[in-house]
Design a protein around this ligand. Structure first.
Ligand code: ATP
Ligand code: MG
Length: 151
């Protein structure tokens, strides 16, 4: 199935906006138009909803969450970043494991499944997902195969 990822991301932004507002978080979306790919819209929604839910949940009040997308060498690249305490390097390799939660996040509630699900959705679409965290900014980068809109 052909999916316009730009439209799908737009809808997800609208879904997390109320939570961002209550937490006084600035949500900045900078989305390239017409990002077409082959995939399952429900799975892709679950992927990006989990990433944005985390970004909004683990940002301190008054923080900033950014979502942006662009095309890079036949791939769609989507980044979700947030300010906050960041994730220390020793945790990064384990984030995508089921039930893994960083100590400081436990007060927020949650099962520790979101990123495991996200990674599975990426795998089903032949993509990649990477986490990085530097000087208090956490970033998740997803790359997915692009397909032309007319095929
Ligand atoms: P669930 O998503 O099942 O409700 P969860 O958010 O704890 O629970 P994951 O989404 O898998 O589980 O995330 C795993 C852990 O990674 C989180 O508990 C948190 O410690 C850390 N984490 C994930 N995203 C971020 C982020 N954007 N900033 C800081 N820490 C994060
Ligand atoms: Mg989560």
């Amino acid at each position: 199935q052909s999916v316009n990822l730009s439209d799908l991301l737009e809808i997800i932004v609208e879904q997390v906006e109320p939570l961002a507002d209550t937490r006084e978080i600035t949500l900045i979306a900078d989305l390239a138009p017409e990002l077409w790919m082959k995939g399952d819209p429900d799975h892709l929604t679950s992927l990006f909803l989990n990433l944005l839910d985390n970004a909004v949940k683990y940002t301190k009040e008054g923080g900033v969450v950014r979502l942006w997308s662009n095309i890079e060498t036949a791939k769609i690249q989507v980044c979700v970043s947030n300010t906050g305490a960041g994730i220390s390097p020793e945790h990064l390799p384990y984030l995508f494991e089921r039930f893994y939660r960083v100590e400081s996040a436990r007060s927020q509630g949650g099962a520790g499944l979101g990123l495991a699900i996200a990674q599975e959705m990426v795998r089903l679409h032949n993509g990649t997902i990477e986490a990085s965290s530097e000087s208090g900014t956490t970033n998740f980068t997803v790359k997915l195969p692009l397909s032309r809109s007319d095929i």
